[in-house]
Ligand binder design. Structure first.
Ligand code: HEC
Ligand code: HEC
Length: 291
């Protein structure tokens, strides 16, 4: 049998041995590289330094605060404060400018849209959708169909005081429930008539003339003789084929039978006036804003 030890590279002379040997394989005692070792010591020193200056060790009821007294929350507060300071001049200008001035000054418009966009994502998107596109029950804010008006001041009013909210200055006006006043067959007939107003197909045999009469007697006071709606009372335009609740016959019958009183919250107490201004400009600029 050949001597195993003769195979392989010879260990450098400087390298010691641990004295362990198995089947002729000896364990070398190679020292760690210097640079590595110093780095290792440095990390230990760094860690101890870190414990001293930053919050580190949990104690029974509290923790070691560190000599810097740094805190994640106060760090955020400092960052926010510096952001506020940076924004202050623009916020002042926004606060002082009229809605019209904001809309016609590109610099202010950009700032208001950015600020309004953030506030919209935080407060409005849950109901109106991320881009203001709306959903069933929640109006699309990007089209030029407005329940309560699409001028800057009207949008600002809606946002500040809400719709059927707890704010007495909010928009009022419900769609009554007709289930107890009209017979089911009358409701079905007027639902067909409402569909025809938007040019939608109606059920065969639908009596549109009768529907028109029911509409004139009961609905036109709010929706207008032609069904075009009235922004003073937020009664929907029923002729544009844009629907809050849906246009299929069954949904219409349901809406007419049960009425509706959806609430848009009043934001005047929750958000500051400058943010509301920015929101009004943002919503106005989504595509449907009226001059
Ligand atoms: C809890 C849900 C909800 C939230 C949150 C909400 N809205 Fe509304 N919003 C509504 C509903 C419902 C309506 C429709 C009211 C109606 O039927 O007349 C509405 C209507 C509106 C209108 C009127 C649209 C029109 O056609 O005239 C505007 C403008 C508006 N919202 C903006 C906002 C803004 C801006 C925010 C955020 C600050 C917001 N909304 C947050 C539910 C909400
Ligand atoms: C007192 C005023 C008033 C009267 C009368 C009234 N409406 Fe309405 N109607 C409203 C208002 C306000 C809305 C908007 C409700 C909302 O925003 O949630 C509405 C909404 C509707 C909608 C919902 C449209 C959609 O987009 O989904 C339909 C359909 C409708 N009305 C049909 C009728 C019919 C049919 C009658 C008569 C039988 C009638 N309304 C009578 C005030 C009225």
């Amino acid at each position: 049998m050949k001597d195993q030890r003769k195979r392989g590279p010879k260990p450098p002379a400087a390298v010691g041995k641990t004295g362990h040997e198995w089947d002729g394989i000896e364990e070398l005692n190679t020292p760690l590289p210097r640079w590595w070792l110093w780095l290792f010591y440095a990390t230990i020193v760094w860690a101890i330094g870190y414990w001293v200056v930053y919050p580190a060790w949990p104690l029974v009821a509290t923790y070691t605060h560190g000599v810097f007294n740094w805190h994640a929350r106060s760090a955020v507060e400092t960052a926010l404060a510096s952001l506020r300071t940076k924004r202050r001049p623009m916020m002042r200008r926004l606060g002082a400018a009229s809605l019209q001035e904001i809309a016609s000054t590109p610099e202010l418009l950009d700032f208001a849209r950015a600020l309004g966009g953030r506030a919209f994502a935080d407060n409005c998107a849950p109901c109106h959708g991320a881009g203001g596109g709306g959903a069933r029950d929640y109006p699309n804010l990007t089209d030029d169909d407005w329940l309560w008006g699409g001028k800057l001041a009207q949008i600002q009013q809606t946002i500040t005081h809400g719709v059927r909210s707890d704010d007495p200055k909010g928009h009022q006006g419900d769609m009554p429930a007709w289930g107890s006043t009209l017979k089911p067959v009358q409701i079905s007939t007027v639902a067909d008539y409402v569909r025809s107003l938007s040019g939608l197909s109606v059920e065969p045999g639908a009596d549109l003339a009768a529907g028109k009469k029911i509409f004139a007697a009961n609905c036109s006071p709010c929706h207008g003789p032609e069904g075009k709606g009235n922004q003073q009372i937020g009664s929907k335009n029923l002729t544009d084929d844009i629907w809050l609740y849906g246009s299929d016959k069954q949904t219409l019958v349901q809406t007419i039978t049960n009425g509706s009183d959806d609430v848009m919250p009043a934001w005047g107490q929750k958000l500051d006036p400058v943010t509301i201004k920015a929101l009004a400009v943002y919503v106005w600029s989504l595509g449907g804003g009226e001059k």
